[in-house]
Design a protein around this ligand. Structure first.
Ligand SMILES: Nc1ncnc2c1ncn2[C@@H]1O[C@H](COP(=O)(O)OP(=O)(O)O)[C@@H](O)[C@H]1O
Ligand SMILES: Cc1cn([C@H]2C[C@H](O)[C@@H](COP(=O)(O)O)O2)c(=O)[nH]c1=O
Length: 281
């Protein structure tokens, strides 16, 4: 099977694409269909001898040989199975999906929906939340409208891994809720997706009540395959809620709570009401 991942590109195709790139830059010297500087005949012929630029040629050769070493030899393909990670045909490959947004936007509901889809497809899912979140239940993920599912609760993702022991490798999907509270979110997810080829689902707040970065959720965005930003319904009008307004007089970034301490708000109500927030005594 020819894997679509750039890492496993057929080495010959890789060479071709590099030549193509260099042609556009006018740097290629020894392709049969290159007319220097950077003109390619559609017939694949040229009556102009390609001009050699030793400096560029050796740089390109070095780059190609490095890629060659990593991508295999011409005519050879590398399948992901050859890197020592056995995965049955049709299984998922490394992937990171982020579901973010303010409180009450439906992040947990969406996470549980995707978990159920994976389970229905026969994949084994480890569902975990930060153990800081004890709002509704210590060992269940519970949505604000009462849906719930049993989960692991851990202070960190390293702790989850230790707790699962040898069983960890049997999970092809890791689903994480309340991701903003997990201190090792970024390294764990990168390793799980890049090295272990797991499908990682992450749900969490992108910003805190001050609209500042919260934990490592935003750091994961450049690593993600898919990012979904959900919005809720403003508690004070019918507009889309983008932010979490803290009603409680507490300035600490981490303050576990629900509708007793927070309300989902639109931009206008966030701006107006956050100025009126009671401050700590
Ligand atoms: N102020 C609120 N108090 C309680 N439940 C709410 C409130 N606003 C919305 N909800 C309900 O919560 C659901 C979303 O819950 P959930 O998936 O747990 O959201 P999130 O994980 O983004 O906080 C909504 O579909 C809605 O039914
Ligand atoms: C905005 C904000 C929230 N929190 C806490 C409050 C809740 O316990 C969770 C978010 O839960 P949800 O599933 O997204 O509803 O985070 C906080 O500690 N600090 C904040 O600024």
């Amino acid at each position: 099977m020819l894997c679509q991942s750039p890492r496993f590109l057929h080495a010959a195709a890789l060479r071709e694409s590099l030549y193509g790139m260099s042609v556009r830059l006018g740097h290629v010297q020894q392709s049969r269909n290159v007319v220097h500087p950077g003109l390619v005949s559609h017939q694949g012929t040229s009556n102009v001898a390609p001009r050699q630029c030793p400096q560029h040629h050796s740089r390109l050769s070095r780059a190609l040989s490095t890629l060659h070493d990593h991508a295999g030899h011409p005519g050879q393909t590398i399948s992901p199975h050859e890197n020592g990670t056995e995965r049955p045909e049709g299984e998922l490959k490394g992937h990171i999906d982020i579901i973010m947004g303010p409180m009450f936007a439906g992040k947990t509901s969406e996470l549980l929906r995707r978990v159920e889809d994976h389970e229905a497809a026969g994949r084994k899912v480890a569902l975990v939340k930060s153990s800081i979140d004890t709002r509704y239940h210590s060992a269940r993920i519970v949505t604000h409208d009462g849906h719930s599912k049993a989960c692991y609760a851990a202070a960190s993702l390293a702790e989850l891994r230790d707790c699962l022991g040898d069983e960890y490798s049997s999970f092809s999907v890791i689903a994480i809720d309340e991701a903003q509270f997990l201190p090792d979110l970024l390294p764990f997810c990168m390793h799980a997706a890049d090295a272990e080829q797991k499908h990682v689902l992450v749900a969490g707040l992108d910003g805190d009540f001050k609209r500042q970065r919260f934990g490592q959720v935003l750091d994961l965005v450049p690593m993600a395959d898919k990012v979904t930003k959900l919005g809720g319904r403003c508690a004070y009008c019918s507009s889309r809620a983008l932010f979490s307004l803290r009603i409680a007089a507490d300035e600490r970034q981490a303050l576990v709570g629900g509708a007793d301490k927070y309300a989902p708000v639109c931009r206008r109500h966030y701006t107006e009401l956050s100025e009126l927030r009671p401050s700590e005594a």
